[in-house]
Design a binder for this molecule. Structure first.
Ligand SMILES: Nc1ncnc2c1ncn2[C@@H]1O[C@H](COP(=O)(O)OP(=O)(O)OP(=O)(O)O)[C@@H](O)[C@H]1O
Ligand SMILES: [Mg+2]
Length: 286
C-alpha cells in the first residue's frame, strides 16, 4: 500500500462571510490521497471544485479545517508554503492567465528557476516539460501570447510539470484542446504519474476522460463531498450522478438500463470494456 501524501481535514471555504453575498463554496470536506494514484474530481458547475483544489497547495487559506502534506499541517507557522507550491503543482482552470514571460522557454523555466536549480538542470526540466506536453522545438522562442489556446494550455502544464511536483493538480486543463490533443496530454500525464510515483488530481467535465484515467473519483455537490470511491463503483451510481446533472458516459448509461433487465451485467466505463464484458457473456467473438 502506498503512503498517504495529502489529507484534507474538514476543509471549508466561505466567500464573503458576514456579507449578504456569503457563500459556502466548500463545506467540511475530508479525504486522504495516496502516492501514485490518479484522482478524478467531478461536479456540476459551481459545486466548489476550483475552490477545493486551490486550498490543497496552500494558495488559499481555508475558512476552517486544514491540509496535511506528508502528515504536516501546511498552515502551521513553521511550514514552508513556498516549497509546497513546487511539491503540489496547480494548473489553473484558465491556464492562459498563468503565462506571463516573454518566451515559451522562459515561462516553463520560471518554476524550476524559483526552486534554485542550476542552469543545466533548468534546461533539462524545460526539455522534459515540452516533451510531456507535446510542444515542438519551434515554439521555444515564441511569445506565449502568440500561441493558440491549446498551445497555451500545453505551456501552462509544461511549466508546472517542469517543477516535477509530487502532486499534480489540473483544473479543466484540456478545455482548449481537441480530443486527440487532450488524449495525448492526459496519457503523457499518466506516464509522468507512474514514473514519478506522483499523485494526479484531474478536475474535468468530461466523464469519459475521468473514466479513462482516474482510479478513484470524487463527486462534489454544492460544496460537499457526495461520493469518493473507485471509479467503477462511483459510475455504477449513474442515476444519482444524472440527478446531479452530470453526464455519465453513454455506454455506461446503456449498460445501466440493460442491467435492469439483465441483473448480472456489471458497470462499464468504456466501449472497450463493454466489448470485453459481452465477449465474456457470449463466450467470445465468432
Ligand atoms: N472569489 C469568489 N468570491 C465569491 N464567490 C465565489 C468566488 N469564487 C467562487 N465563488 C462561488 O463559489 C462557488 C464554487 O465556485 P467554484 O469556482 O469553486 O466552483 P467549480 O465547481 O470550480 O465551478 P466550474 O465547474 O464552473 O469551474 C460558486 O457558487 C461560485 O459562484
Ligand atoms: Mg472551476
Amino acid at each position: 500500500m502506498s503512503d498517504v501524501i495529502l489529507q484534507a481535514q474538514g476543509l471549508t471555504q466561505i466567500y464573503g462571510a458576514g456579507t449578504p453575498f456569503e457563500k459556502t463554496a466548500v463545506n467540511n470536506v475530508s479525504f486522504e490521497l495516496y502516492e501514485n494514484e490518479f484522482i478524478g474530481v467531478i461536479g456540476h458547475t459551481g459545486s466548489g471544485k476550483s475552490t477545493l483544489i486551490q486550498m490543497l497547495n496552500g494558495l488559499m487559506k481555508p475558512t476552517s479545517g486544514t491540509v496535511l502534506f506528508r502528515g504536516k499541517d501546511v498552515w502551521e507557522k513553521k511550514f514552508d508554503r513556498r516549497s509546497l507550491r513546487a511539491n503540489v503543482g496547480l494548473v489553473f482552470q484558465y491556464p492562459e492567465y498563468q503565462l506571463f514571460e516573454e518566451t515559451v522557454e522562459k515561462d516553463i523555466a520560471f518554476g524550476p528557476r524559483n526552486m534554485g536549480l542550476s542552469e543545466d538542470q533548468i534546461s533539462a526540466r524545460v526539455q522534459e516539460g515540452m516533451y510531456f506536453t507535446g510542444l515542438s522545438e519551434q515554439l521555444r522562442d515564441k511569445s506565449p501570447f502568440e500561441l493558440s489556446g491549446g498551445q497555451k494550455c500545453r505551456v501552462a502544464i509544461a511549466g508546472i510539470l517542469a517543477m516535477r511536483p509530487q502532486v499534480l493538480i489540473l483544473d479543466e486543463p484540456t478545455a482548449g484542446l481537441d480530443p486527440k490533443g487532450c488524449n495525448e496530454i492526459l496519457s503523457n500525464i499518466r506516464t509522468y504519474q507512474k514514473e514519478e510515483n506522483a499523485t494526479v488530481i484531474l478536475v474535468s467535465h468530461s466523464m469519459e476522460d475521468i473514466a479513462a484515467y482516474a482510479g478513484r473519483v470524487m463527486v462534489l455537490e454544492q460544496g460537499s463531498l457526495k461520493m469518493f470511491g473507485d471509479t467503477p463503483s462511483v459510475y455504477a451510481r449513474g442515476e444519482e450522478l444524472l440527478a446531479m446533472g452530470l453526464n455519465v458516459p453513454q455506454i455506461t448509461r446503456v449498460f445501466l438500463s440493460l442491467s435492469k433487465r439483465y441483473e448480472s451485467l456489471p458497470s462499464v466505463l468504456s466501449p472497450e470494456q463493454a466489448v470485453r464484458c459481452l465477449d465474456e457473456i457470449t463466450g467470445g467473438a465468432k
